[in-house]
Design a protein around this ligand. Sequence first.
Ligand code: GMT
Length: 379
Amino acid sequence: MKIAIVCYPTFGGSGVVATELGIALARRGHEIHFVTYSQPVRLELLNPNIHFHEVHVPEYPLFHYQPYELALSSKLVETIKSYGIELLHVHYAIPHAYAGYMTKKMLEEEGIYVPMVTTLHGTDITLLGNHPFYKPAVQFSINQSDVVTSVSESLKQDTLEIFDIKKDIHVIPNFIDKTKYNRTPENCHRSLMASPEERILTHVSNFRKVKRVQDVVKVFSEVQKQVPAKLIMVGEGPEKEGAEILAEKLGLEDKVLFLGNSNEVEHILCFSDIFLLPSEKESFGLAALEAMITRTAVISTNAGGIPELNKDGVSGYLSDVGDVDDMVRNTLKILKDDQTLQAFKNRAYDLACNFDIHNILPMYEEVYEMAYKSRLKKA
Ligand code: GMT
């Protein structure tokens, strides 16, 4: 099938899911066209089935805000016509589903029917979509999609509570490609980060408010008083500076490493023991899944869809949002001896395998078929 994928190309779960999905679909023989404002960070253009079309938004002094949706929908119309695209898959409702709907309507004027699949990722629903400034447009464009998917059961329920949705929502969880995570002592350079007796705790995010990165530092601060440890913080975002200041205030400068954005998260996770995810909201928690597939136990909150992935007492532990003391207790329970830690790591890996791309890709192909049939009915 010839598929156009619209996503945010930056570091962030929705862009990663869209990119990895496109790559996997291309390997299965589908022709994939990414349409976005810059090349997605994880995109490899070496596959002949993968194409990238950049959306340019010309700066015009009259506009206070440059109209990205307009440029995107025009680019989509042009790409769909030039390459005979059969299906449009938009990731993150705002503004992609809205631009996708306009694209469909413009094409319909010319007798071209292209079905649209919209994947809801989280903050497009729970934070932004909920805002009265956006809500009517988001609800409208979700209802106008041919097929709607969400990345967890929890996000599906949130969507149904927040909006008046007239469509079925198909839950298709986030995924990983387990063959990409092959941890061997030779390719995992643990000694670069910590001494043999130290445990390694890791956090990966875009350091937005919902991630509660100060809780990460607070948990680590208490844990390292009882167990020698290092904390690795990966990512960039508005709350990073506050976390750095807190780490300094707590005298942890030598024990906390802020690495910034990385394209090699799996190399960092390969020597991690515990992944900390104290988020206030999290529709799924792709970063935790990426940690689990590298055999890293997860200490998280029970927010959103995290419990669909991290199982309490199995792959890690779940706490209420903000309950730093509980997260400290749980971390120490896992780190109490090598045998316990290894058991949590192994179970985290086993659970993560359920989300391997080979199990999830057919679910997307099924909804594509469903959407495609709706096109045949309309054409
Ligand atoms: O977590 C973020 O802030 C990034 C955000 C995004 O849209 O890129 O991630 C959301 O989508 C991911 C992929 O589906 C999910 O794994 C994340 O849980 C979700 N984030 C939130 O709900 C806060």
